[in-house]
Each structure stands twice: as structure tokens, then as C-alpha cells.
Design a protein around this ligand. Structure first.
Ligand code: GDR
Length: 360
């Protein structure tokens, strides 16, 4: 039985990692959270009462707090999922992104170097490090070509991990994780934004009896607003990924790996799969910023998705698709959830949250 520190425990990956460790190991899990006036504990509701779980205060921008936690807890594993993880906002706050995502990693490694040099460290790297890619699928050897301050901050973290590993012999790995989603995903990321939008529209349309009785005709539907529909991403389930992270932390010698599904789908395809699962039948009409995904089933036509250029990024990463064959072969990592299953799971969850009956 050992101690594990997980930063970012209220987020998707931190909470999934904590839950995985509480279920599958006997370790004590210390979940670090940043002080906030209105913290959201919903991701840890299912396990926060467990005796082997404790919430601790800390901040990646404050080395005093990181040093104190490592000194007192003496972790065997330090899993750093804390980050500003939203690429879209990174142009607006590049310094904050670097403070947390890049310098934060130095603070963790310094604390480990001084207080617990045998601790194993995980750094959350990203496919955003590859940016405007040279080839497909991208593997661990792909050049670093970030297109956002976020991507650049993760490249920095990757170099820092290598430097500490080689200079101080610390067991530190930097996993390159392609997009990973799930029912704990934040609503600002495109997948959850879509599945929440599908559930809201489903609720508006199929539970609009009162509205219809009052007004007659077509129910009023507020369409979902999205940015670039043509970007392609390699989406997987976060619950599959935390298992891959645990394998990386428990290999004999530290080595970085890519976690990915090996399939790329466009935002457009995600939209189609999510609406189809909720029994909508849509088609795309118009072009560019005037493109609209329109419901074409039943008596009424109404827009489901419209384009809002406010959601375009100053520089886009058009295509990401990863090659995770090394970790599948060498550490026997095996993801369970396909793209279709992931979409269905997220739509079902968001329908349930609105008390909607899930379509048979
Ligand atoms: P990403 O995820 O930037 O890939 O980073 P996100 O879901 O934010 O964007 C994916 C793609 O969708 C396009 N897009 C939109 N994105 C958002 N958020 N909102 C929209 O309305 C919208 N419309 C279109 C984006 O332009 C982009 O191309 C995620 C994060 O989890 C990172 O922390 C992680 O490192 C990488 O995945 C791997």
C-alpha cells in the first residue's frame, strides 16, 4: 500500500484516475485541488467518501504548496493531470498556460528531486504538441510543431521531463495523449458541447408538448453553435486512457508512449453520430459560415447546428490521428470503447441528466 498524489482530481482525467486506483489497487489517493470560490465536486461524488481518498489543497503555480504535499505525503506516484487544458483559451492567457502547464511541471519535479527522489512522476502530454502534422498517424517520433500556446506549453513540459529524467535519474514519463472524452468531460470541449446540445434539443423538441399545445406548429429550437466542423480528431474514452497511464507508470524503465485510437473523425461526423443516436435525422445545407445541420425528419424542419465563427481558433490543428501500437505491444494496453460507443455513452448520459427517456 503506497501513497499517490493526483493533481487536477476534480477534472475528467484526475477523477477517472482516482476512481480506477481506488477500485483496482490498495493505494491511498490524495487528490489535489486548487482553491476556488465555487468548486465543482460532481466528478468525485461517487468515491469522495472512501477512506483511502483525501482531498488536499495545492496549486501548480505555487511551489510552497507542491513542496509541502510531497514532503508530507511522500508519494510513490505523482500523477499530474492538473493543467489549463482548454486549447481555445490559450491565446487569451498564454502566460497563465505556461505557469501551470510548463512551470508547474518543473515545480513538481523539483519537489520530487528534493523530498522523494524515488517517486514515479507522470506528465500529461498532448497530441497538440504535433500541431500541423507532417505525417499520419503520428507516433512518438513525430516532430514537435505546436499551433497554440497550449501546445507549446506541453512541448516545454515534455522537454522538462526528459531533462529531469536524464539529469537526476527520476522515473518520469510524459504520455502523449490524443483526445479523450467521457461523461465527466467539461462542457467547453467540443464533444461534450455537442452531446449536451443534443440532449437539450431532444428535450426541447420531444418534450415540448405544452409548448405545442399553447402555440401549435413547429417547436422553437435553439440550435447548437459550433466553430470549425472540418477539423479531425482521434477520440477515445478517458477511462481507457487512465489505465494506459497506470501501465506507463509501472513499466520497468521510464519510456514515453502515445495513447490513441488510431481513427480520425471530423467534428461533423461527431455531430451526425450524436444526433442520430438521439433519433434525429439531419442533413447539411449551405456552405462555410452559412452551413446549417437541419432536422429533416417528421413534419417540421428546424436547425440543429449552425456555425459561429467566434468558435474558430486563430490557428487550427486540422488533423490528428495517433499510432499507439508500441504501448499495445509492449505494455499490453487494450482500449475497450470505440468511437461509436463513446458518442452513445455521452449522449445517453446527457439525456439522463435532463431526465429524458433514452430512445430505444
Ligand atoms: P482540443 O479539444 O483542442 O482538440 O484539445 P476541443 O474539444 O476543444 O476541440 C476539438 C476541435 O473541435 C473544434 N471545434 C470546437 N471546439 C470547441 N471547444 N468548441 C466549439 O464550439 C468547436 N467547434 C469546432 C476545434 O476547433 C478543434 O479543432 C483537447 C484537450 O483535451 C486538450 O487538453 C488535449 O491536450 C487535446 O485534446 C489532446
Amino acid at each position: 500500500m503506497a501513497n499517490v498524489i493526483i493533481t487536477g482530481v476534480l477534472g475528467q482525467d484526475g477523477s477517472n484516475m482516482a476512481e480506477f486506483l481506488l477500485k483496482n489497487t490498495r493505494h491511498n489517493v490524495y487528490g489535489m485541488m486548487r482553491r476556488s470560490a465555487t468548486p465543482n465536486y460532481s466528478n468525485i461524488d461517487s468515491f469522495s467518501g472512501r477512506s483511502r481518498f483525501e482531498l488536499v489543497d495545492g496549486d501548480l503555480t505555487d511551489e510552497i504548496s507542491i513542496n509541502r504535499l510531497v514532503k508530507v505525503i511522500k508519494p510513490k506516484y505523482f500523477i499530474n493531470f492538473g493543467a489549463n487544458s482548454f486549447v481555445g483559451c490559450s491565446w487569451d492567457m498564454p502566460l497563465q498556460i505556461f505557469e501551470t502547464n510548463a512551470l508547474g511541471v518543473i515545480r513538481c519535479l523539483e519537489a520530487i528531486k528534493i523530498y522523494k527522489p524515488k517517486c514515479r512522476f507522470y506528465s500529461a502530454g498532448s497530441s497538440e504538441e504535433f500541431g500541423d502534422v507532417d505525417y499520419c498517424p503520428q507516433d512518438i517520433l513525430h516532430p514537435l510543431k505546436p499551433r497554440s500556446p497550449y501546445g507549446a506549453s506541453k512541448c516545454t513540459a515534455r522537454h522538462v521531463v526528459k531533462v529531469y529524467r536524464e539529469s537526476y535519474n527520476i522515473f518520469a514519463v510524459h504520455g502523449i495523449l490524443f483526445n479523450h472524452e467521457g461523461v465527466r468531460r467539461g462542457g467547453e470541449f467540443v464533444t461534450r458541447k455537442i452531446t449536451k446540445g443534443v440532449a437539450r434539443i431532444y428535450d426541447e423538441v420531444f418534450h415540448a408538448d405544452k409548448w405545442r399545445k399553447r402555440n401549435g406548429g413547429c417547436p422553437k429550437v435553439q440550435p447548437l453553435e459550433l466553430g470549425n466542423l472540418d477539423a479531425k480528431r482521434d477520440w477515445s474514452d478517458s477511462e481507457d486512457f487512465v489505465q494506459g497511464v497506470w501501465l506507463m507508470l509501472n513499466q520497468k524503465k521510464p519510456k514515453d508512449y502515445v495513447l490513441a485510437s488510431g481513427e480520425a473523425h471530423s467534428i461533423r461526423e461527431f455531430v451526425e453520430a450524436a444526433f442520430a443516436h438521439a433519433d434525429f435525422d439531419g442533413d447539411w445545407r449551405g456552405e462555410g459560415i452559412n452551413e446549417v445541420y437541419t432536422n429533416s425528419k417528421g413534419r417540421h424542419e428546424y436547425p440543429l447546428v449552425v456555425v459561429n465563427p467566434d468558435f474558430y481558433r486563430p490557428a487550427e490543428v486540422d488533423l490528428l490521428m495517433g499510432d499507439s501500437s508500441p504501448i499495445r505491444k509492449e505494455l499490453k494496453w487494450k482500449p475497450k470503447v470505440s468511437f461509436q460507443k463513446l458518442v452513445e455513452k455521452m449522449v445517453d448520459n446527457d439525456l439522463k441528466l435532463l431526465n429524458c427517456k433514452i430512445p430505444a
